[in-house]
Ligand binder design. Sequence first.
Ligand code: 6CS
Ligand code: FE
Length: 308
Amino acid sequence: AITEPTERRQDPYPSRLPEERWLPRQDKTVWSQWRPDAPLTAQQADQFDRDGFLVLKDLFTPEEVKALMAESAALRGGERTLMEGSVITEPGSDEVRTVFRLPEQSPLFDRLARDRRIAGIARFLLGDEVYIHQSRLNYKPGFTGKEFYWHSDFETWHAEDGMPRMRAVSASLLLTDNDALNGPLMLMPGSHKTFIACAGETPEDNHKSSLKKQEVGVPSHAALTKLAAEHGIHAATGKAGTLVLFDCNTMHGSNGNITPFPRSNAFFVFNAVSNRLEEPFGARKPRPDFLADRSEPKAIDIASGKLV
Ligand code: 6CS
Ligand code: FE
């Protein structure tokens, strides 16, 4: 049944309102007590808690990274038949911007999503079994790759997909070198502790345009100016194979890419199984399955050892 996005429903994170509001986070960021056998050091866990993100280098071998890059190129290059509706092109061109549903379309990306080095960390951070809420390959082609405007992922997942609480983490594995030039991910450290409830109603089928260029569910210039003054902006650069983990409410975005050097990454969103999706909190109907898994959450079966 579709419920109206009313204020009557109990909601610590209302958004898509007549006016923008700043609300304190009501959820933990790191949900497990640190222990010596944790997949992060105590210092890394503290850093994630404080900043809302963590950059990890050298988790994967050069051979593994090479295999993932080849698989990414194959998925993009038309060598594979992709599921209908799983591809988004750049605004104003036919260049591939995003391919969704990685585990279902590629055994190698399925194995990557279940890898202890990624899923094991997600399970530790969220203090629960995890499942994949969304997965995607983001390609930011040279010359034509457009920006991703500033946003909190949770704002969209809560309002449009019905994710109840801030208990999800994104893992972005860089599949090209990301540097100052080619539009790396930018994050505001510490911004995950505040929920910016955004102004503006959700249009019907918002995802059809928001995945190319997000315009609803983004903070005002004034709010972003204040957030950046408080927290600063960090560019998550690194060589291919670097893993960037970030909390679902960390304010982030990236610039367009006018260099000839493409920038791509594989992106997996892990949600706690106890945080399963409900009806959307700020939209009339939920988005399609390729953007948000609405099926009964099933704990990921974590795999150890090398990918290839
Ligand atoms: O739609 C999504 O799920 C993600 N993509 C965009 C452009 N914004 C919100 C969220 O990060
Ligand atoms: Fe995002």
